[in-house]
Design a binder for this molecule. Structure first.
Ligand code: NOJ
Length: 586
C-alpha cells in the first residue's frame, strides 16, 4: 500500500477507551459510579495514552437496562450527577486532547419517556411514535404469557432479544407495543418522519455541546420489514431476519448522514445481528450512503454462543481468525472496523479468549492482537488491568436483565431445573462479568466506592488492581501503554494503523501469525493462543528469511532483540507468548 492510496482519518489513528459509568468510579458513596468519578480519573486515562472516551449512556433513565432505556435524552441520570458534571468531564477530556463520544440509543426509548407516555394516550402528535398493533385471535391456543385480554395473542410471533415475546400489552391504549429488548424499552417507529426529526434535533443538541461523535446502539434494528412477518422456521420466529439489517435501515442512516453526520465525527455503528451480509456492511460504511466511520460487529463474539445463555459454547482459533479475516477483507477498500474482544455486553476477554492460569501473559497477547490488527482498538475499562470474570455462585448475584430473564423463564418452563444446573455456562457468558467495578486498589471495595457496590466486586482485586499494576513495570497496564503508544510512534505508527494485513496461519489451532505491510516496511506478529508451548510454523516464503527482524514488543523477556527472520522458522513460543517484529519488506 502506498501513501496516496490511504485515507487518513483521526479516528483510524486513535485508541478508544470505553467507560461504563455505573462501574467505573463512585465519588458520592451510593455504590454506583458517577461522572465526577470519571473526572477524578481523567489523568489516569491520559497517562494510559488513550485518545477517545466512549461513554455508555448517562441520560436520565429508570435503569431497566442500565441506561439503555432513556427517559430524557437531554438530561443526566441523577445517580451519575448532573449536566454541569457532564460539562466538566467534557472540558477535562478536551483540555487533555482527548475526545468524547456518546452512546446514541435511538432504536427504542424508555416506556417512561414523555414520547411514550403521550403515545400510550394516543396523543395526536406522539400516537405514531412507537409500533402499536392490535392483538390477534389466539385460536384457543394458550399463549405462554399471561399478558393481554383473554383469547388474544400478540400481533406476531417475534421474540425479544432479552427473552419472551417482543410485544407487551398496554392497558391505557388497549393495544400491544413492540419491544425488541426489554418491555420497558419500546421500539421507536422510524418510518414516522416526526420520529426521525426529533432524533436529529436531539443529536444536533449534543453536537452543539461539543461531543465528537456517537456510538449508535442497536442500529441494525431500526428498520422493520413490511407487515412484520413471523417466520417460524427462523430463530426467534424471524425477529432478526425481519428486524435486523432490513433495507430501510440504510434509508434512515443515509438521511441521518446527510442531515447530521456529514462532518468530521467518529460514528461507531453497533450491528448486533449474528452475521452482517457483505452488502449491508458496505452500505453502513459507504460515505455516500450511511457514512458510519466504523462498525462494531458481533460475528467474532458470537462464535461460542448457542441459542441461550445457559447452553455452554466453545470456540476455536481458526474460527476466530476466519471471522476477523473476513472483516479485514470487507473493509480493505473502504470502511473500517472497531477491534474489540470485550465490552459491557461481554465477559472479560482474558477469561473467555485467554487463560486465567496465564492471566498476565494472555491479557497482553489479546491486547497485542487488538492493537496490531487493522482497525481502531477499543479498550474496555479494566481490560488494561487484565480483569477476569467474577466467580458467580447464585442467580440473585446477577443484575442484568439479559441474564436473569432467560434463566428465570427457563426455570419457570421447566427446561432447566435450577440455576445450579446451568451455573457454569451462565457464569461464563453473563454480561455482568464486564460490569463488575473497576479495581482501583486492593482496599475495601477495590477503591471503587465507600458505600455498598451495586454489583459484586471481584475478589481477585487483591492482586488485580490499578495501584499494583502501575507500580509493577511488568504489568498488563504498562504493556497496554506501550501498545497504545504504537499508533502515534514516528517510526511504526503508519504501519500499525494503515498497513495491509496478511494472515499466514489460517488453519493453525493455536498459532496466529500475520504481517502488516506499508511502504516497504512490515510488522510480523506471532501469537501463541495456548497454555502449552508451540513451535512457530512460519511459511518459509512468507517473509524473506535473510531479512533482519527487530523485536518491537513482546510479553516475555527475550534475549537478543534483533534476529534474522529465517531464525524464527522453528522458534518455540511459550504459553500465550506474543511477539511483534519490525522487518524490512523489500
Ligand atoms: C446494545 C447495548 O450495548 C446493550 O447493553 C443494550 O442492552 C442493548 N443494545 C439495548 O439497548
Amino acid at each position: 500500500m502506498i501513501e496516496s492510496e490511504i485515507e487518513r482519518r483521526w479516528w483510524k489513528e486513535a485508541v478508544v477507551y470505553q467507560i461504563y459509568p455505573r462501574s467505573f468510579n463512585d465519588t458520592d458513596g451510593d455504590g454506583v459510579g458517577d461522572l465526577p468519578g470519571i473526572v477524578e480519573k481523567v489523568d489516569y486515562l491520559d497517562d494510559l495514552g488513550i485518545d477517545v472516551v466512549w461513554l455508555n449512556p448517562v441520560y436520565e433513565s429508570p435503569n431497566a437496562d442500565n441506561g439503555y432505556d432513556v427517559s430524557d435524552y437531554r438530561a443526566i441520570m441523577d445517580e451519575f450527577g448532573g449536566m454541569a458534571d457532564w460539562e466538566e468531564l467534557s472540558k477535562a477530556l478536551h483540555e487533555r486532547d482527548m475526545r468524547l463520544i456518546m452512546d446514541l440509543v435511538v432504536n427504542h426509548t424508555s416506556d417512561e419517556h414523555e414520547w411514550f407516555v403521550r403515545s400510550r394516550e394516543d396523543d395526536p402528535e406522539y400516537g405514531e411514535f412507537y409500533w402499536w398493533r392490535e392483538g390477534v385471535d389466539s385460536g384457543g391456543v394458550e399463549w405462554t404469557s399471561e399478558e393481554g385480554p383473554d383469547g388474544e395473542a400478540p400481533p406476531n410471533g417475534w421474540q425479544s432479544i432479552f427473552g419472551g415475546p417482543a410485544w407487551a400489552y398496554d392497558e391505557t391504549r388497549e393495544a400491544w407495543y413492540l419491544h425488541l429488548f426489554d418491555r420497558k424499552q419500546p421500539d421507536l417507529h422510524w418510518r414516522n418522519p416526526a420520529v426521525r426529526e426529533a432524533i436529529y434535533e436531539m443529536m444536533e443538541w449534543w453536537l452543539e455541546k461539543g461531543v465528537d461523535g456517537f456510538r449508535l446502539d442497536a442500529i441494525a434494528h431500526l428498520g422493520k420489514a413490511e407487515g412484520l412477518p413471523t417466520d417460524l422456521d427462523e430463530p426467534m420466529n424471524g425477529t432478526m431476519k425481519h428486524a435486523g439489517n432490513d433495507p430501510r435501515v440504510h434509508e434512515y442512516l443515509t438521511e441521518m448522514n446527510e442531515r447530521v453526520l456529514s462532518r468530521e465525527l467518529l460514528t461507531v455503528g453497533e450491528v448486533g445481528t449474528s452475521t452482517v451480509p457483505d452488502e449491508d456492511a458496505h452500505a453502513y460504511l459507504d460515505p455516500e450512503r450511511d457514512g458510519l466511520s466504523m462498525l462494531v460487529h458481533f460475528e467474532h463474539v458470537n462464535i461460542d454462543r448457542e441459542d441461550s445463555i445457559y447452553e455452554p459454547g466453545e470456540w476455536t482459533l481458526p474460527e476466530l481468525k476466519s471471522v476477523l479475516d473476513r472483516w479485514d477483507g470487507l473493509t480493505e477498500e473502504e470502511g473500517w472496523v472497531a477491534q474489540y474482544l470485550s465490552n459491557h455486553d461481554q465477559p472479560r476477554q482474558v477469561s473467555r479468549f485467554g487463560s486465567e492460569t496465564y492471566r498476565r501473559e494472555s491479557a497482553k497477547l489479546l491486547g497485542t492482537l487488538l492493537h496490531t490488527l487493522r482497525g481502531t482498538p477499543f479498550v474496555y475499562q479494566g481490560e488494561e488491568l487484565g480483569m477476569t470474570n467474577y466467580p458467580w455462585t447464585s442467580l440473585s448475584e446477577f443484575e442484568d436483565v439479559a441474564t436473569r430473564n432467560p434463566v428465570e423463564r427457563a426455570i419457570e418452563r421447566g427446561d432447566v431445573e435450577s440455576f445450579e444446573e446451568v451455573r457454569e455456562a451462565v457464569a461464563a457468558e453473563s454480561r455482568d462479568n464486564g460490569r463488575t467495578p473497576v479495581q482501583w486498589t486492593d482496599g475495601e471495595n477495590a477503591g471503587f466506592t465507600d458505600g455498598e457496590p451495586w454489583i459484586g466486586i471481584n475478589p481477585d482485586k487483591e492482586t488485580v488492581n490499578a495501584a499494583a499494576a502501575r507500580e509493577d513495570p511488568d504489568s498488563v497496564w504498562h504493556y497496554y501503554r506501550e501498545l497504545i503508544s504504537l499508533r502515534s510512534d514516528d517510526e511504526v505508527g503508519d504501519l500499525v494503523v494503515y498497513g495491509e494485513y496478511e494472515q499466514l496461519t489460517p488453519e493453525h489451532e493455536s498459532l496466529w501469525i500475520y504481517t502488516r505491510t506499508f511502504e516497504g516496511e512490515r510488522l510480523l506478529v506471532a501469537l501463541n493462543f495456548s497454555d502449552g508451548r508451540t513451535t512457530i510454523d512460519l511459511p518459509t516464503d512468507a517473509v524473506d528469511a535473510g531479512v533482519t527482524a527487530d523485536l518491537l514488543l513482546a510479553n516475555y523477556a527475550i534475549e537478543g532483540a534483533v534476529t534474522a527472520v529465517g531464525d524464527l522458522a522453528d522458534l518455540v513460543l511459550r504459553p500465550w507468548e506474543a511477539r511483534v517484529y519490525h522487518v524490512d519488506a523489500e
